[in-house]
Design a protein around this ligand. Structure first.
Ligand SMILES: [Mg+2]
Length: 121
């Protein structure tokens, strides 16, 4: 079993042991994912890059990032399971699309949105 599948099943088992699936609509999972992403962003809100670097250098700071990143990832996994979307396939497809949109030779060290190629996604 792929490691991503293994962890997805583990998160689903946690949910099912508490009978929480009934609360996990697409809307609620998407909203929870967004809120957790905001909690991740909140860690560095109003801090300078140097302050963030100093925070990450501490065990407590790393723990904060780790915890919020895990929350984001778990809701993403639950949403993927709900929608029957294989996240590995989804990333592969998106990367292939972005390879066509942003050819490496044209976007080497620069990001000019106007140069972005129009391709179907
Ligand atoms: Mg959180």
């Amino acid at each position: 079993m792929h490691q991503l599948e293994f962890i997805e099943r583990k998160v689903a088992a946690f949910r099912d042991a508490r009978n929480w699936k009934k609360f996990h609509s697409v809307k609620n999972l998407s909203t929870a994912l967004s809120i957790e992403a905001s909690e991740l962003a909140e860690i560095s809100l109003w801090k300078t890059d140097e302050e963030v670097s100093n925070l990450i250098a501490t065990p407590e700071g790393r723990e904060k990032y780790q915890g919020e990143m895990a929350d984001v990832f778990m809701y993403l996994l639950l949403l993927a399971e709900k929608l029957d979307i294989d996240l590995v396939d989804a990333v592969e497809a998106k990367l292939a699309l972005n390879e066509r949109r942003f050819p490496a030779d044209e976007f080497d060290g620069s990001f000019d949105k106007n140069k972005r190629r129009e391709v179907e996604d």
